[in-house]
Design a protein around this ligand. Structure first.
Ligand code: SF4
Length: 607
């Protein structure tokens, strides 16, 4: 007998704690059972969890993997990242559409299969790629697409599409994924063997402040891109008021071109979990959350198993190592497809079960973060470094890298190079040396740090990868001769316009205007003064947006204008009178604010 919606909602809610922070989990659970979250389910969730209906509805509407409209039992999400587009996205898409008899964004008439495009799924080194109910399919060809559809029609089970497993733990019985690690260069810090428990033992042998002093002495800086000194962040959180403190590991690497955290979590989860545990001890936190992007859901059973093993080994739980000194445990929060959740305050909102909207600062998360508790948010790689620092000491860590950028950096490299994959390099390496390593020596341009980073050309290949020169969260996209760089920039602008959470007008409208302006220039409908206007628009969006997404969205345009000005000049042609449409961001923002009833940051702060 088919279960009623209220019964399904009850089942899902009863599968865990009845707390508000579980809202996102509950909504995802209902979506998995009903292939959507209908209005009736929203009512039931609100009632059974004692939450305002609008809160539940906002969550359903916010995340791209959730839907209020019925989807197929199977959802094929084809990655339309620019690197996928360069290696056959269009052909694969057409093959899916033809075989399914539907267009992108539609569901087959029998309600069996939905075809959607999605932003980067972290498989740029094995593109074109798709997620099929969370199962990764990589290196797709048109033939593969047709085969996938035929198989799904015969058995309907995405897990049975996996006919070969990838390298390392991708072959683990709890993963069973086609994903390849593509580890090309193993350095001495992150990819060195781990002696489980050693780092935690060393940490617990000294005081929490001594641990913080060691981390400070290592000069470790956050690997997510901003480069804030980790020891200092921990000290702020330790000194913050409040008995309940939280450590969050940000594994929401949504920046197109980034896939290093996926590999760290697949091959070295113990290194990351140990780093979180040490952070918990140093800061005085007993609760840890691994925020895993929804695209990596296939890793959840494996990671839960690792956590459980660590509990049995005394490396997690109420009494670490049985010393009676400190307890710490970790839960996994899975995201649901929202790039903005990589921003730490948006990520905290998402961990709280809410829509992943950034929060105002101050207060900073170290003062008041998850559920109002002092919270440290560290990147996967940062926490993995912590384990090494505790294992071998700060001085040893500082022998890698440069004076101001100690240690090594993980790079995920993809695009027009012969050896795409993961490289652990010491800070201080030049971009040219990196291109030599990956076989990308013929590059006309490199996007360093993903779309929110910088587009640089050959005159920058002597620049050094470190915090003081070419800072990067780790994504390196290589574009060979003959690639249309304006097409790349247009794809990046499309990405930001899609991913803007829409809260503040400069970002919501500005990303759209930047995208449209690039489209027009690329279509040959631009004129010279468009460049000045575009630059002005970029500056406005950069300076007035509320969070990092809007503040960095103009970077591809600004850096390419500086480094590749000719790509804007080439498509220019004489303006056709009457065709040219100018833009007025200030006016558009004013209109939008009237509609939304808000003020933007530059006019006096958010409401
Ligand atoms: Fe949302 Fe504003 Fe951040 Fe853009 S800048 S993602 S609209 S909060």
């Amino acid at each position: 007998m088919t279960k009623s919606v209220d019964g399904i909602v009850r089942d899902v809610i009863d599968g865990g704690e009845r707390a508000r922070w579980r809202l996102l989990d509950v909504v995802q659970g209902v979506q998995a059972r009903l292939a959507h979250v209908p209005a009736e389910a929203i009512d039931e969730i609100a009632e059974q969890m004692g939450l305002p209906r609008v809160e539940v509805q906002t969550v359903v509407e916010f995340y791209s993997f959730l839907s209020g409209d019925r989807q197929g039992k199977v959802v094929i999400r084809l990655c339309d990242d620019i690197l996928d587009r360069f290696v056959g996205y269009e052909e694969v898409k057409k093959a899916f559409e033809n075989e399914l008899g539907i267009k992108m964004g539609e569901t087959t008439s029998d309600g069996a299969i939905t075809l959607e495009k999605t932003a980067c799924i972290g498989m740029c080194d094995q593109a074109p790629a798709a997620l099929i109910n969370g199962v990764v399919m990589n290196w797709l060809s048109s033939d593969d697409a047709r085969r996938v559809v035929r198989e799904l029609r015969s058995h309907g089970d995405p897990k049975r599409l996996v006919h070969r497993v990838g390298s390392g733990n991708n072959a683990h019985k709890l993963v069973q994924s086609m994903v390849e690690n593509n580890i090309r260069l193993e350095g001495d810090v992150l990819f060195s063997p781990i002696n489980r428990g050693e780092a935690i033992r060393k940490a617990l042998a000294v005081s929490p402040m001594e641990v913080i002093r060691t981390v400070k002495a290592s000069r470790l800086r956050g690997r997510g891109g901003a480069g804030f000194p980790t020891g200092m962040k921990w000290e702020f959180a330790r000194k913050a008021d409040g008995d309940e403190k939280v450590i969050i590991c940000n594994a929401d690497e949504g920046e197109p071109g980034t896939f290093k955290d996926r590999v760290m979590l697949t091959e070295f989860p113990d290194r990351v979990f140990a780093g979180m545990t040490i952070a918990g001890y140093a800061v005085g936190a007993q609760e840890g959350i691994l925020y895993l992007r929804g695209e990596y859901t296939y890793l959840v059973p494996f990671l839960l198993d690792v956590l459980e093993r660590r509990r049995t080994e005394g490396l997690l739980g109420p009494d670490l190592l049985g010393l009676g000194r400190h307890g710490f445990d970790i839960r996994i929060q899975v995201g649901a497809g929202a790039y903005v959740c990589g921003e730490e305050t948006a990520l905290i909102s998402s961990c709280e079960g809410l829509a992943g909207e950034p929060k105002n600062r101050p207060p900073f998360p170290v003062q008041s973060g998850y559920l109002g508790r002092p919270t440290v948010v560290n990147n996967v790689e940062t926490l993995a470094c912590i384990t090494k620092i505790l294992e071998e000491g700060a001085a040893s860590f500082r022998t890698h890298g440069t004076d101001q950028s100690s240690g090594t950096k993980l790079l995920s490299i993809a695009g027009d190079c012969s050896r795409p994959g993961i490289y652990e390099v010491p800070f201080g390496i030049t971009l040219g040396e990196v291109l030599d390593l990956c076989g990308g020596t013929d590059a006309q341009a490199v996007q360093v740090g993903g779309p929110s980073g910088q587009m640089v050309g050959p005159d920058a290949y002597e620049r050094v990868i470190c915090y003081d020169d070419l800072a990067t969260g780790g994504a390196i996209m290589v574009f060979g001769q003959g690639r249309d760089l304006l097409e790349v920039i247009e794809a990046f602008m499309e990405f930001f316009a899609d991913e803007s959470c829409g809260y503040c007008a400069p970002c919501r409208i500005g990303t759209q205007l930047m995208k449209e302006r690039i489209e027009r220039i690329r279509a040959g409908q631009g004129e010279k003064r468009d460049i000045d206007e575009l630059r002005e628009l970029c500056e406005t969006v950069r300076l007035t947006s509320r969070c990092g997404l809007g503040q960095t969205a103009p970077n591809p345009i600004l850096t390419s204008l500086t480094n590749f000005g000719q790509i804007y000049q080439e498509p220019m042609q004489a303006v056709v009178p009457g065709q040219r449409r100018s833009f007025d961001l200030a006016g558009a923002v004013r209109n939008s604010e009237q509609i939304m009833g808000r003020e933007s940051v530059h006019t006096g702060g958010e409401k």
